[in-house]
Design a protein around this ligand. Structure first.
Ligand code: F6R
Length: 260
């Protein structure tokens, strides 16, 4: 796993450079999109490059990581609405080019299978953007999730519901208890994973992600088994990394042409 420790603006630029390079070399690339606060500066930067630098998403496709179960169609925190607001309506992604798990499906199991089929049907995800939960979840694969899991329904932990209450006016009881999420095996199938983490609250999870034993108690640790993961972390999120100086010097010595 490559660990890049830098100021948030630099991390945003690096992530945007990576996505831009992918889209310029493969305009029909398949992106995996996360919600939550971590990728928002990146989405703003991609929108800026679209408007000012001609970056086009017209032939790209995208899949979101997860979705709350049961939020009404117009709910502002429904993840397909969040992604539409934060990214897809602000760039030139084609209508229907972005899919997400259907949290209102009558047959949840069938909807999850259909979602896996849709991802496989386009040849898989080229680049997956991830955040990480304070409890080490990726997607909404909470502690105890199977490393072999595919898209399915999960119950959110109290920790995650409390963390996400800020998106629901601070009201914990408004945060759904269930979600649909790509599984850990689904996420592991992406060809390149960019994980973005900032702030002190993520320091334990980032330490486990990079340096901890691989354990279902910290689901993100499965990413240690992926051949191409880039962890983009700010100083606060990196504050518990034992080998932070090593990661810094390794990245500083990397030739700029190499990219992430
Ligand atoms: C969101 C998602 C979650 C978040 C994680 C971090 O689609 O899958 O794993 O990435 O909860 O959330 P933020 O970025 O809000 O700290």
């Amino acid at each position: 796993m490559e660990v890049v420790i830098a100021a948030p603006e630099e991390l945003t630029g690096l992530a945007a450079d990576t996505i831009e390079a992918l889209l310029r070399s493969r305009p029909g690339a398949v992106l995996g999109l996360a919600t939550g606060s971590s990728p928002l500066p990146l989405y703003d930067e991609l929108v800026r490059r679209h408007r000012e630098g001609g970056l086009s998403f017209a032939r790209a496709r995208a899949f979101t990581l997860d979705e709350y179960v049961g939020l009404p169609p117009e709910h502002p925190q429904r993840y397909r609405n969040v992604i539409a607001r934060e990214l897809t309506e602000r760039v030139d992604l084609a209508p229907g080019a972005v899919q997400g798990p259907d949290g209102l499906a009558e047959d949840i199991t069938a909807a999850c299978t259909a979602y896996e089929d849709a991802i496989a049907g386009v040849g898989g995800i080229d680049l997956q953007i991830l955040g990480i939960g304070t409890d080490g979840h990726v997607g909404f694969n909470e502690p105890g999730s199977s490393f072999a899991s595919r898209t399915r329904i999960k119950t959110l932990t109290e920790q995650t519901r409390a963390d996400n209450a800020r998106f629901f006016g601070g009201e914990l009881d408004q945060v759904p208890q269930h979600c649909l999420t790509q599984g850990l095996a689904t996420i592991m199938s992406a060809r390149h994973i960019l994980l973005i983490a900032s702030g002190r609250a993520k320091a334990d999870a980032v330490h486990q992600l990079v340096e901890g034993p691989v354990s279902a108690m910290w689901p993100a640790t499965i990413l240690q088994h992926h051949p191409h993961v880039t962890a983009l972390v700010d100083d606060a999120a990196a504050s518990r990394l034992q080998l932070a100086d090593y990661y810094r010097s390794t990245y500083a010595a990397k030739p700029a042409w190499q990219g992430l």
